[in-house]
Ligand binder design. Structure first.
Ligand SMILES: N[C@@H](CCC(=O)N[C@@H](CS)C(=O)NCC(=O)O)C(=O)O
Length: 287
C-alpha cells in the first residue's frame, strides 16, 4: 500500500476532503483502469481532473499531493494513496463487494499487477510513438524544471527515486525520440504477455478463471491502447481480441475509453502517415 504520510503532502487542503476523491486524466491508462474499477464496484466518487496535456501534474499544487507527479491519486477521507495498483488493492479491502480480487489469490494478483506496472513505460513508449505521436519533445524543458523543483520529494517519508525515473524517461525522449529499436523491444514484451493470455483464455473466460477480476481491467486497458496504436491483436491473439471486445461492450468499460472525434481523426492520420512511411507498429516490430 502506498499511503502517503503527513510530511509527503504539501497541498494541505486535501487532508480535509471527505469521501472518495480521485485525481485523474481522461486519457490516462492508469486512470482508466481505476475508473473502470470504481464503476464495477459502484463506488461514488468526486472527480478532480488533472490535465496532463497542460502538464498540470508538474505544477506545485499537484506535486503537493503526489510527489511523484503521476495520476491517478485517491484521497479517501483525507488519506492520500498513490500508485493505481495499490489504490485498487486498498479499495478492494475498503469496499469488498463485488469482489474483483478472487479470495485466496490476493498475493498472486498483487504480483501479477506489479508485473503489469513494470511494463508501464513500455506502454508509454508505444503510446507516444504510435498513438499520440507529438511533433516535438513530449514534455517542454520548463515543465520538467517545475517537476524537478516542486513537491516534497519523499514518499512515505523516504527520499523517492520515482520522480527521477520519470524525468530521465522524458529527457531521453526529448533527445532521441521513441526509436524503432525501443518500440520493437517494447512491442515484443507485450507479444509474449498476449501469447500467454491466449493460452489462458482457451480454458477460461477471464484471466483469473471464471470471474472477472482487476487483472482483466488492467490488461483490457493495455490491450485497448496497443490496438489503438495498430497492434495486430485480432491476427496474433484472436482469443485476446474476443475477450477485449467482450469487456469493451460492458458499459462500465465502454464509457472510460470513449475517444473524441478530433482525437480519432488525428490517430487515423497518424496511422496513414506511418503506413506510407513503412513505420506502423506492425512493421517496426516485425510482426
Ligand atoms: N505506476 C503508476 C504509473 C502512473 C503513470 O505513469 N501515470 C501516467 C498516466 S497513465 C502519468 O501520470 N503520466 C504523467 C505524464 O504523462 O506527464 C501507477 O500505476 O499509478
Amino acid at each position: 500500500m502506498v499511503q502517503l504520510v503527513d510530511s509527503d503532502i504539501r497541498t494541505r487542503e486535501v487532508l480535509g476532503w471527505k469521501g472518495v476523491h480521485v485525481l485523474h486524466f481522461s486519457g490516462s491508462s492508469c486512470s482508466q483502469k481505476l475508473r473502470i474499477f470504481l464503476n464495477l464496484k459502484g463506488i461514488a466518487w468526486t472527480s478532480h481532473p488533472v490535465d496532463l496535456h497542460s502538464n498540470d501534474n508538474f505544477k506545485p499544487w499537484f506535486l503537493g499531493i503526489n510527489p511523484r507527479g503521476l495520476v491517478p491519486v485517491l484521497v479517501h477521507d483525507g488519506a492520500v494513496h498513490i500508485e493505481s495498483n495499490d489504490i485498487v488493492e486498498y479499495l478492494e479491502k475498503a469496499f469488498p463487494s463485488p469482489k474483483l480480487i478472487p479470495a485466496g489469490h490476493e498475493n498472486e494478483v498483487a504480483a501479477l499487477l506489479r508485473h503489469e506496472d513494470d511494463l508501464h513505460l513500455d506502454l508509454r513508449t508505444l503510446s507516444f510513438r504510435f498513438v499520440f505521436n507529438p511533433p516535438g519533445p513530449p514534455k517542454p524543458p520548463a515543465a520538467l524544471e517545475s517537476y524537478a523543483a516542486n513537491g516534497a520529494g519523499t514518499v512515505q517519508g523516504a527520499a523517492d527515486h520515482g520522480k527521477n525515473v520519470q524525468i530521465e524517461f522524458w529527457q531521453r525522449a526529448a533527445k532521441e525520440g521513441f526509436t524503432d529499436e525501443r518500440a520493437r523491444a517494447s512491442a515484443r514484451k507485450f507479444r509474449a504477455e498476449f501469447d500467454a493470455f491466449e493460452q489462458r483464455l482457451a480454458s477460461a473466460p477471464y484471466l483469473m478463471g471464471e470471474e472477472l477480476s482487476v487483472l482483466d481491467i488492467a490488461w483490457f486497458i493495455y490491450a485497448h491502447r496497443l490496438s489503438l496504436g495498430g497492434y495486430p491483436l485480432a491476427r496474433l491473439h484472436p482469443r485476446v481480441q474476443a475477450w477485449k471486445q467482450r469487456l469493451g461492450a460492458m458499459p462500465e468499460f465502454a464509457r472510460e475509453i470513449v475517444m473524441p472525434d478530433d482525437a480519432r481523426a488525428r490517430l487515423e492520420a497518424t496511422y496513414r502517415a506511418q503506413a506510407a512511411a513503412g513505420k506502423t507498429l506492425e512493421m517496426v516490430a516485425g510482426f
